[in-house]
Design a protein around this ligand. Structure first.
Ligand SMILES: NC(=O)C1=CN([C@@H]2O[C@H](COP(=O)(O)OP(=O)(O)OC[C@H]3O[C@@H](n4cnc5c(N)ncnc54)[C@H](OP(=O)(O)O)[C@@H]3O)[C@@H](O)[C@H]2O)C=CC1
Ligand SMILES: Nc1nc(=O)c2c([nH]1)NC[C@@H]1CN(c3ccc(C(=O)N[C@@H](CCC(=O)O)C(=O)O)cc3)C=[N+]21
Length: 395
């Protein structure tokens, strides 16, 4: 963001007020056109419209945004292929009163706040946060996700560095790249994009990231501290934080609620279930060996799915009024799309939206908030490095 735009963004921030009390989810309803950060320097009339929109979307007081947060050795059964698609709901009136939780809007608010804090940091210490991304190989999906992360950095004024390594390089080359970023004082966060090529020892590479720069929160010590009630991790994995942020911002109570998490990976399922327990939810975990998963989800107030299986969660898996958070991001063939495929979640949206009280879409739900949380973790890391914070914030 340029100087003028940043100044306008500050003015805009100063003009915002807390969200007026409305229905708990009213401020997250989708809107036709959402002002991006780049529009902060828009002319006065546009700016006034932006202010009104932002006022409507102020964060709820229960949400905590910025925080500086076991090896998986089980054998997996053969991975279930994408389930057969249910009848297409395209163009159909869903006959639903569910709130569609707008992740893009939540992410935009978070980025807006981060941009302001980055500006303040620059004024205070003359430095901005830095995020280093290590990308090994040429998987198209990984390349896209890395692009989103770098674009997110640009939008909020975080410096980004990218190390692109060939898929056939050695593990040592990746570890060396991580080590260089560990030693670079302008880098506050290091992310090694997963999955890594099969010949590499993921645990070894992730453990090479210094604890203070582990903005993905995958370091065993960060995972362990997340699991222990008396401890606090430096960083919490971004997708888990995103799920909690969406629930809290949507005014959804967690204490004593039965939440089912589908998936137990270190990227999403495991940290999400641990974070939910810290918020006093009663958590059930479903994985690939679970029998009759639908019996568990049918009893759940909240279902969070991160299995990576398209259309796994059908309407019949949900109780009426359940809240559904769909983390799954699965490419499925679609000859009508420009690229020949489109992204879909784990949840059969057309069926679930008829039963749920609130639901995240894919795309436009958890994904953009995950990226925003990566920026938040990087900012928090830089705050600690420059002495602007003394400990990681509450989870
Ligand atoms: N939107 C976002 O921000 C993000 C989205 N994602 C998406 O989330 C999904 C999951 O990602 P990730 O956790 O990295 O994936 P993994 O493959 O590492 O883990 C998947 C988990 O789901 C479980 N699982 C797989 N199939 C089934 C099934 N049929 N029934 C029940 N459980 C099942 C597995 O069980 P087991 O442990 O027994 O093998 C495993 O624990 C993917 O679609 C990914 O693209 C990921 C990160 C962020
Ligand atoms: N070290 C590491 N950390 C990760 O956090 C990590 C990773 N590796 N490897 C892959 C998974 C996946 N993941 C996503 C992040 C954002 C979107 C996202 O922004 N999705 C958009 C859609 C994007 C599109 O349209 O292509 C959305 O849902 O709206 C999706 C998936 C993070 N992961």
């Amino acid at each position: 963001m340029g100087g003028a735009a940043a100044a306008a963004a500050v003015a805009l921030l100063a003009a915002t007020r807390r969200r007026p009390a409305a229905g708990p989810l009213a401020f997250l309803l989708p809107r036709a056109a959402r002002a991006g950060l780049h529009e902060a320097a828009a002319p006065a009339a546009e700016e006034e419209k932006g202010r009104t929109r932002r006022r409507r979307r102020r964060r709820s007081s229960s949400s905590r945004l910025l925080g500086p947060d076991i090896p998986d050795t089980w054998d997996s059964p053969p991975r279930a292929a994408a389930r057969p698609s249910p009848p297409s709901g395209a163009g159909v009136d869903y006959d639903s009163t569910a709130t569609i939780i707008d992740g893009k809007s939540v992410a935009e608010d978070i980025r807006f706040q981060i941009a302001e804090e980055v500006r303040q940091m620059k004024n205070a210490v003359g430095h901005v946060p830095g995020l280093a991304v290590v990308l090994v190989g040429d998987r198209r999906d990984s390349e896209s996700y890395v692009r989103y992360k770098i674009k997110g950095c640009e939008e909020v004024g975080i410096k980004s560095l990218l190390a692109e390594l060939p898929g056939n390089c050695t593990e040592d080359v990746v570890v060396d790249s991580v080590s260089r970023f560990n030693e670079d004082p302008s880098v506050h966060g290091i992310l090694v994009q997963l999955p890594l090529p099969q010949h590499m020892d993921e645990e070894r590479i992730l453990s090479a990231i210094s604890l203070e720069k582990d903005v993905d929160g995958f370091h065993p010590l960060n995972v362990g501290n997340l699991a222990l009630r008396s401890r606090k991790p430096l960083f919490v994995p971004c997708a888990a934080k995103a799920c909690l942020e969406l629930l809290l911002q949507s005014g959804i109570e967690l204490m004593g609620k039965h939440v089912t998490v589908i998936g137990r990976s270190k990227v999403v399922g495991l940290p999400t279930s641990l974070l939910l327990q810290r918020h006093h939810a009663t958590v059930s975990i479903i994985h690939a060996f679970t029998t009759n998963p639908e019996e568990i989800t049918r009893q759940s107030d909240i279902v969070i799915s991160a299995a990576g299986v398209a259309n796994l969660v059908r309407g019949s898996w949900l109780k009426k009024g359940a809240v559904v958070i769909d983390v799954g991001t699965n490419p499925i063939e679609d000859p009508t799309s420009d690229y020949g495929y489109r992204l879909t979640g784990d949840v059969c949206f057309e069926e679930a939206v008829k039963l749920a009280s609130a639901i995240t879409p894919v795309p436009g739900g958890v994904g953009p908030v995950t990226i925003a949380m990566l920026l938040a973790n990087t900012l928090d890391s830089a705050k600690l490095a420059y002495g602007l914070a003394t400990e990681s914030p509450e989870l």
